[in-house]
Write a protein that binds this ligand. Sequence first.
Ligand code: ZN
Ligand code: ZN
Length: 121
Amino acid sequence: MAAEVSTDPVDIQVDTEARELRIRWEDAHQSAYPFDLLRKACPCAVCREERRTADKSPFRLLSGQPLKPGEAQVLAHRPVGRYALWFKWNDGHETGIYSFDMLREICPCDLCRQGIWGKNE
Ligand SMILES: [Zn+2]
Ligand SMILES: [Zn+2]
C-alpha cells in the first residue's frame, strides 16, 4: 500500500436515502459504500465468525435476521473517537465498529479495487 493513501476523513456523509456512506479523505479520494456492502463487511467478532463458518455449516445461527440485498438500512450512527464509525442496522445489529483504516481498505471504487489509487505520485 502506497504511503500517500490517507485514512483520515475530511468529510463523512451517511445518506440514508441513497443508502450509502460517503467519505472524502485527506488525500482528496472519495469513497462511496452502499449500506449492503457495509453491513456484509461488518468487522465485529460475531460477523467474522459467521463469515468464516458460512461455507462449512448449513446449520449456523445468524446473529440477526439476514437482510437481502437492498434492505440494509442505518438506523443510527456516530463516530468512535477519531478512528472509527459505529452503525446500528435495521436487523438489530450494532456491535460493528468500522475503523477508517478498514473503510479505506475496502473502498469499492475501481481505482482502489485495481490498486491504482496511490500508486502514482
Ligand atoms: Zn457484526
Ligand atoms: Zn477508492
